[in-house]
Write a protein that binds this ligand. Sequence first.
Ligand SMILES: Nc1ncnc2c1ncn2[C@@H]1O[C@H](COP(=O)(O)OP(=O)(O)OP(=O)(O)O)[C@@H](O)[C@H]1O
Length: 572
Amino acid sequence: MRFYLSTLAGHRRGVLVLLGWSTLEGVPAFFGGKLVGTAVDEGFAAGNPLAGVLWLLAFAALAVLGALGQRQVFARLGDVVEPMRDALVTQVVKGVLSDPTHRRTPDASAVAMITRHVEVVRDATAGVLVQARALLVTTIAALIGLATTAAALIWLVVLPILVALLLFGLMLPSLARRQRDAVMADERTAEASGSVLTGLRDVAACTASDEAGADIARQVDQQARATITVAWANSLRATVIAVGGFAPIALLVAFAPPLVASGRLTTGAVLAAVVYLTGSVNPALHGLARTTSTVVMRLMVALKRLQEVAPRDAGRPGDQVPAHGGFLLQDVAFGWSPDAEPVLRGLSLTLRPGDHLAVVGPSGIGKSTMAGLLTGLMAPDRGSVLFGGARVDRVTPAVRHHAIALIPQETYLFTGTVRENLALLAPWATDRDLAEAVEKVGAAPLLDRLGGLDATLGHAGEGLSAGEAQLLALARVYATSASVVILDEATSHLDPAAEARVERAFAQRGGILVVIAHRLSSALRAGRVLVMDGGKPLLGAHEHLLKTSALYGQLMLAWDPTHREDTPLPKR
Ligand SMILES: Nc1ncnc2c1ncn2[C@@H]1O[C@H](COP(=O)(O)OP(=O)(O)OP(=O)(O)O)[C@@H](O)[C@H]1O
């Protein structure tokens, strides 16, 4: 709002020129009643029709002058509105393009939404400058004209108008709220249909068409309800203004005859009052109310939405997490329900860029649950999981999705080309990026065998072995810009050599690597190991844990029976 007003203020000269021409536009409204009244009193009623006609011609000449003023207002409008629009667009689009949320691709939908709001601001500003300004000028000019022509009638006219304006002013906040609700409902509908449309393939693959359709239908219903509420509010507003506008005319008809009979008013003055009321004040009042409740409301709502959706500074603190943030887990506890025994308790851990952590423990002990907490899908019952200093579950989802990738054991492949499958999470990736990712995870021979990136995959990766499907899922995440990769038994179907290659590739890729291991060899490759056994998790290097954790020793023995506790295993 401040930026908007300062941009307008920057074109002060243009605004003053507009006001200057507005004065000319108000001239007929000011003199109209007076001239008609004089035409009657000194012309037609005084037996001098020629004088009456001349006064009316003078009125016509002033009307032409007013039209000239109006023409100039339109001609000068662009000088104020267009630079303001350009400045606003530059400011907000710059904000979106430098938004850290969209590091590799600018968010086209955000730019589209913002430019739509800017267009509303531009149109509404033009509307305010043309209509509200002209109506205000006309009303003031006509009321002054009325006061100087038929002073005895002024309170009859002004009081109902003031009451109507007061009521209208009191209704404005609720009108603004309803208008905003309608805009928000509109945006939610667009968002719901947009996300279903872009994810149509996934919706079909997961047979979720009914849920997706129901979600859109719910948003459409809400939008319809919000629009109907706005219509009701507007009809109430129109009634108030209609009563306020017609009441003075009714009062005039009731009170004028005795005033004329007593000689306090001439017939011409009464006619002048009628002309002021019906020709200027009443239409102006209606227009002013309509403009305020539509154009001004739209302007206020669009400005507020712009302020909300346009990022101000790239890298502002809070939930906009730096792209390469680390994790800080402090005394984390989590249970799947309030009555259930907590799955995790007393978990404290720091993960910095470059860290490689293996998580080991018996089945069902809570390893995947911990992965869920790291991704922010769940929030801990106690303690905190911070990512880049912010609670990870509160980080803007778009930021989280870009920064943290979890690869589960089950792979998701869909009917389409290999390229489409690999670029699912990184639509910006070039063929070279994809080929590099494939090469790094050791899937190049598989890609050759499939026939390259243009080869087509069958439904759910039909025709691929479980291990091959996992290799493609791993390459897909390798190609993203995620700075945190969590492999949750994502290599379970690979042979040990292929698994080692994948883990090494992700470790060398940079960022944070968390491997939930199903083979203990993963622990040997990691810098630190987290051992989960249902109590407080133990954290340390392999050698240290061999000496301090009985469970870790047992797990190692179970995995490699040749191992003896007093002979630490060599790094593989
Ligand atoms: N969505 C859920 N709702 C309720 N309980 C769950 C849910 N997911 C997991 N659990 C329970 O939480 C506990 C830990 O499960 P989790 O999947 O985290 O273990 P895990 O160590 O990853 O097991 P595995 O090695 O077999 O994958 C288990 O007792 C499991 O039954």
